[in-house]
Design a protein around this ligand. Structure first.
Ligand code: ZN
Length: 238
């Protein structure tokens, strides 16, 4: 059985968007998984380990994600935050084209963590991974642009945080063979996508389960059970 890796984004009850989960809901979801016997592990074990293992990730490094961290720390659940270095430079609202209208309407809700905050989280034991520089659709870029997004962001994280940047999460969870090859070449140890592609899971296309606003207890159970089952089924035939 492959580890279960959850992918959250913002933590808020004020931003009415699928990406924003309320803090109490998130805590209840993680508690439910722990009650079902999942054992919390760090990012490296979520890559290498097998069994009923749980790791929690937050993409885009919204400042509000920090609201979920005390509860996760109390529950002993290790966390990875995937940040974009181009946003960490000033911590501005996450204004990618898909969210530009939301960034204009809820600017405070979409603020991102600047380097100082990412550094403080790293010192607290949170793993900080790269989510590229600008959060592009990588598979639409030229080879040179992909290389820049993956290599320069990794170098910026290492320089700013003073520790290895070992892991990558693909923006929008999107990847393909060219992007995977670039992630390997850029020196990452592993990279996460989102679900799908059960046919070709490798350490540079690891699946995660995205959890969104409105996912109730039943839906969470279905999503997480299906993820674990689908991967287990695949492992039996390969
Ligand atoms: Zn993202």
């Amino acid at each position: 059985m492959r580890p279960l890796v959850l992918c959250y984004h913002a933590v808020s009850d004020r931003w009415p968007h699928a990406l924003a989960v309320e803090a109490g809901t998130l805590e209840r979801q993680v508690r439910a998984l722990l009650r079902r016997g999942f054992r919390p592990v760090g990012a490296a074990e979520a890559v290498e380990g097998r069994g009923k293992l749980l790791h929690v990730t937050f993409d885009d490094a919204y400042r509000t994600a920090a609201l979920a961290l005390p509860a996760l720390e109390r529950l002993g659940v290790p966390v990875t935050v995937f940040a974009c270095s181009g946003y960490a430079a000033d911590g501005r609202a996450f204004d990618v084209p898909e969210l530009a209208a939301d960034a204009a309407r809820y600017p405070g809700e979409l603020l991102t963590m600047p380097w100082s905050e990412l550094r403080a989280l790293a010192e607290r034991g949170i793993e900080i991974g790269s989510h590229t520089i600008t959060h592009p659709h990588l598979s639409r870029l030229s080879d040179g642009e992909i290389e820049r997004e993956l290599t320069e962001s990794r170098a910026q994280f290492e320089a700013e945080l003073g520790r290895p940047c070992r892991f990558l999460a693909y923006p929008y969870g999107e990847t393909d063979g060219r992007v995977v090859a670039a992630a390997k070449a850029a020196g990452y140890e592993a990279a996460w996508a989102l679900p799908g592609r059960e046919d070709r899971i490798d350490r540079y296309a690891l699946p995660r389960v995205g959890i969104y606003r409105g996912d109730g207890a039943l839906r969470l159970r279905l999503k997480t059970t299906a993820a674990v089952r689908g991967q287990a089924a695949r492992l039996r035939v390969t």
